[in-house]
Write a protein that binds this ligand. Structure first.
Ligand code: UTP
Length: 290
């Protein structure tokens, strides 16, 4: 079985659900406590054994490239001031992985963004992580997909069960056998109405894909919302019997959604040794007033 070396992280979307914060900065740079969302996603990929990361960027996303690049002036100032701990923190980010950047000229949809990474990926399987979906780092979301990929040799979508009223926000796959392990996907539908959904198993921002997906993406016509939908290419893999769904046993936050973003900040702060007790005391006091 081939090993997985590369990951694609598309970050070229407009982030309209988070305006006005995203007018002049990428939503992927919004912090959870003190670390940008995109860094959590990159660190998850590295924990799963990925060495090389292709970020699909677009207009106004320069802050993401700068975040993973050397910050010469800042580093020099920290060095002269003897702030070794801060200096290490800043420098370590640069050495997390090998980074490559490709541009998506227009945000024409997730399918189009993934196709933009075709030449950077080449002819090998790759992980795909959405740049605004964050999982609790104590679990290994991507690793459960890699395990399923190595067991089946097929492309994998990471899924979680969502309430019926939320199925129209996601790509929904045909349901499981109930065994708790990966299953063959026979159908996948983008943002179905609850009455048309094949199940409540939603695709949640993590994938392992085989190179033939690029052929299917290149042949796509615009789908739901006039965008080139990754789901339409995955539907072809499903019909060919080349797609499995792997349940992700980890707490997920869609940080492109305001409520989920707020929850993520509170929960991540409560996991931090340096903040936990003061912050928990503050929250307890605060909720007394409600
Ligand atoms: P989303 O649909 O969550 O992102 O795409 P969006 O379009 O930026 O968000 P809203 O709905 O306007 O608030 C999931 C991921 O795919 C990327 C986004 O950056 C995000 O990380 N994406 C989406 C692209 O890279 N290109 C696109 O054309 C669309």
């Amino acid at each position: 079985m081939k090993t997985l070396r590369k990951a694609v992280i598309p970050v070229a979307g407009l982030g309209t659900r988070f305006l006005p914060a995203t007018k002049a900065q990428p939503k992927e740079m919004l912090p959870l406590v003190d670390t940008p969302v995109i860094q959590y996603v990159v660190e998850e990929a590295i924990r799963a054994g990925i060495e090389s990361i292709v970020l699909v960027t677009g207009r106004g996303k320069g802050a993401i490239e700068n975040h993973f690049d050397v910050a010469y002036e800042l580093e020099d100032t920290l060095r002269r001031r003897g702030k070794q701990e801060d200096l290490d923190l800043v420098r370590d980010i640069t050495h997390l992985a090998q980074f490559a950047y490709v541009r998506q000229g227009e945000p024409l949809g997730l399918g189009h963004a993934v196709l933009c990474a075709r030449h950077a990926v080449g002819d090998e399987p790759f992980a795909l992580l959405l740049g605004d979906d964050v999982f609790d780092e104590r679990d290994s979301a991507l690793e459960s997909l890699i395990t399923a990929y190595q067991a089946t040799g097929k492309s994998v979508v990471g899924v979680q069960e969502v309430p019926e009223e939320h199925v129209s926000r996601y790509g929904i796959v045909s349901g499981s056998s109930g065994s708790g392990t990966a299953w063959d996907v026979t159908a996948i539908v983008e943002k179905p109405r609850p009455e048309d959904a094949p199940s409540r198993w939603a695709v949640v921002g993590r994938y392992v894909l085989e190179p033939p997906v690029f052929e299917h993406l290149a042949a796509l016509q615009p789908g739901v919302g006039g965008e080139y939908q990754l789901t339409d290419a995955l539907a072809i893999l499903a019909r060919e019997g080349r797609l499995v769904a792997a349940p992700i046993p980890a707490r997920r936050y869609d940080t492109g959604n305001k409520l989920d973003y707020l929850k993520a900040n509170v929960e991540f702060a409560l996991k931090r040794e340096d903040l936990r007790s003061d912050f928990a005391a503050y929250l307890k006091d605060l909720v007394k007033g409600f």
